[in-house]
Design a protein around this ligand. Structure first.
Ligand SMILES: [Ca+2]
Length: 668
């Protein structure tokens, strides 16, 4: 790969980018010409406002370091506070590559930082895509591979079924780097299934790893465990091993469906910002939500003090990274392009492309950031456990004061997670999520953010998810298509894909998701069926609301809904409202072939929603019995619903009301 080269991820179209005029804003352009180009770009953005986002990462020409700048020729520490470091060649490390000190500027200068770039190997046929080839199944007489599109999706086309008590053993793979973190990992498809993951050395002896964290000692290999709800990974944590050949064995403690059984380098970073070392890398620690960062770079094993050559960043500071590429050399597990273990840093990421792959691969995980003109390509086919919403491509974990703009996010699981209480802006970005893990929306959001002029065009999955308050979401564009079943929701169940979801899972009034404003957005919502899983019921929605007592305000949005497969288990709605008490839906314009509002639905009952002065336009291909509103489902009712002053085009007021549950509404 050439420095700064941009390639589209296979299978992902980037029409918003191809529509952009080529604007080489960097390198040798005279000011007037630059101004003209900026004017043209501004006009372009104005004309296409709400339909496309400028995505402005661009390659950088190499330059020579200037006076006072420090050249970087290899991996290591950029430790002089306040200095500017400039790469003069590509930098590569088989583990983490560069560690930056306080207030450092790191100019990648058009070069690439490679991390996890050792001569690592996969366990042969780790994903069972070649059936049982390369696996010793002599202790697993019932072992067989099954099809993900018929049984349960996970990774690829094949998964492995084992019966309780059976055990499989891989062929040997070489772990080329000694004394570092590896995870012997096993994908487990539901939380009811339990496995024991072990590793043998090249003489066939079991590897025993015990890790001491201060006074506490834990056995980390072998490791027995379940996943949490939704499936994920159980792993044995390997450290302090010599290089050599190792193999993985998995014992089924229950009947199991398994996939992606491998030994991988873990916990690397392309660019590290080190406060304390966080050594808690074991599976038990993950389930306890203990943080992990740079355990291979502690002064003493299991300690929290960094090695003496690592710059320790303390106190508030700003670290700037610009003009180049960061990418991993091998698909590992739980690794990041840029990672910080201190909460006090702000990262400025300017014109950087980050390319990452692997399980729980992340491009950026830092407390807060200013991100502009960046591009994130993340190939994470699954994550370790789906309840961690911050396990996604770009995660800002304490994000107040952050701004994310003019950047492109490709891949999953989830593009951007922003944990915030206020003072956050996210604008003019393109989000192309590939969500196969539940609730890993394109953008996961806390409170107090302004989100505008972004384009959400998921390849798979949903747009924005928030359980917070006081967000202002406006002038964004969404193109949403109902997703096929995921590992957690496959057979005999509903699963909803939505442009925006406001939810607090029915918490008491004033404690969850309320006072958000969703307005002047454009949404195109397509519902469709997927017949491959028995009675799977895909639902597509524009705005999905399942908040307890919180009142949110949804107004002046323009939504088109098309349910392509009428008379199947597929459903769609512009507004999909449940578990809520109140909420105001005003002055929206909906063109649809199915009821625009479904209030009280398979997710739960609803009450006291106000539906005011909306315009409902019956699409030409709507069925003859079309009604603009639908209330209730066979289990759940809808009461206190107020329809006020709504307008109807090609139809008239009408409610598709569920029989057998309480339905109460007024219309005036
Ligand atoms: Ca597979």
């Amino acid at each position: 790969m050439l420095p700064g080269e941009v390639t589209n991820t296979p299978g992902v179209a980037h029409p918003a980018e191809t529509m952009l005029p080529p604007v080489p804003l960097r390198g040798g352009i005279r000011l007037a010409k630059k101004r003209a180009l900026l004017m043209a770009l501004a006009m372009f953005c104005l004309l296409t406002r709400g339909t496309t986002a400028p995505a402005a990462y661009g390659p950088t020409n190499h330059r020579s370091p200037g006076p006072g700048e420090i050249p970087v020729t290899g991996p290591g520490a950029c430790d002089q506070a306040g200095k500017t470091y400039v790469l003069t060649r590509d930098v590569s490390s088989e583990m983490s590559a560069l560690f930056v000190g306080k207030d450092v500027t790191l100019d990648l200068n058009g070069y690439t930082v490679w991390y996890a770039a050792g001569r690592y190997e996969h366990v042969p046929n780790y994903g069972f895509e070649e059936g049982l080839a390369h696996w010793d199944v002599s202790m697993a007489p019932s072992a067989k591979t099954e099809d993900t599109d018929k049984v349960k999706p996970f990774i690829g086309k094949k998964i492995l079924r084992l019966s309780k008590g059976e055990e499989i053993v891989s062929e040997y793979a070489t772990l080329p780097v000694a004394n570092r973190s590896y995870y012997a990992m096993c994908g487990v498809l539901t939380n009811e299934m339990k496995v024991t993951v072990g590793v043998d050395d090249e003489r066939g002896r079991p590897v025993i790893c015990d890790l001491s964290y201060g006074d506490e000692k834990r056995r980390t290999c072998p490791q027995t465990g379940n996943t949490m709800l939704g499936g994920g990974f159980v792993f044995a944590y390997l450290r302090d091993l010599p290089a050599g050949k190792y193999r993985i064995r998995v014992h089924a403690d229950t009947d199991c469906l398994l996939d992606e059984v491998d030994i991988r380098p873990a916990l690397d970073a392309g660019i590290g910002i080190v406060g304390p070392v966080q050594p808690w890398g074991s599976y038990d620690s993950l389930l306890l939500w203990s943080p992990v960062g740079f355990p291979d770079y502690a002064k003493t094993p299991g300690g929290t003090e960094p090695a003496s050559w690592i710059p320790r960043v303390t106190g508030p500071c700003t670290i700037t990274i610009r003009n180049g590429v960061i990418r991993n050399g091998f698909e590992g597990i739980r690794s990041w392009g840029v990672f910080s273990s201190t909460d006090e840093v702000r990262v400025v990421l300017d014109n950087v492309r980050v390319v990452t792959s692997g399980i729980s691969a992340g491009a950026l995980r830092v407390p807060r950031a200013t991100i502009r003109n960046c591009r994130f390509e993340n190939d994470a086919p699954f994550i370790i456990q789906r309840h961690d919403g911050s396990d996604c491509s770009v995660s800002l974990t304490s994000a107040d004061g952050s701004e994310v703009s003019n950047s492109t996010f490709i891949g999953g699981q989830g593009n951007l997670s922003v944990s915030c209480k206020g003072n956050v802006t996210i604008h003019d970005n393109l989000f192309v999520n590939r969500e196969t893990v539940v609730n890993h929306y394109s953008l996961g959001l806390g409170s107090g953010a302004e989100i505008y002029r972004n384009v959400f065009r998921p390849e798979i999955g949903s747009g924005i998810l928030t359980g917070g308050q006081n967000n202002d979401i406006h002038e964004n564009s969404f193109e949403i298509v109902a997703a096929n079943g995921c590992c957690e929701y496959t057979d005999h169940t509903e699963y909803t894909t939505s442009a925006i979801r406001l939810t607090d899972y029915d918490r008491p009034a004033g404690t969850g998701c309320f006072n958000n404003r969703v307005h002047h957005n454009r949404m195109k919502v397509v519902g469709r069926s997927y017949p491959n899983y028995p009675d799977y019921r895909p639902i597509a929605a524009g705005v999905r609301v399942d908040c307890g007592g919180g009142v949110n305000y949804v107004y002046d949005n323009d939504i088109t809904v098309e349910l392509r497969d009428l008379n199947t288990t597929a459903q769609a709605a512009a507004f999909y409202v449940s578990l809520s008490n109140g909420g105001e839906y005003r002055h929206n314009r909906v063109t649809t072939n199915v009821p625009a509002f479904w209030i009280g639905n398979p997710y739960g009952p609803a009450k006291n929603a106000k539906v005011i002065e909306n315009t409902i336009i019956r699409a030409g291909h709507a069925p003859a019995d079309f009604k603009p509103f639908r209330l209730g489902w066979w289990q759940y009712g809808a009461v206190g619903i107020e329809f006020i002053g709504n307008r109807f085009v090609n139809c008239e007021f009408g409610v598709q009301a569920q029989e057998g549950v309480e339905i109460r509404y007024t219309n005036r």
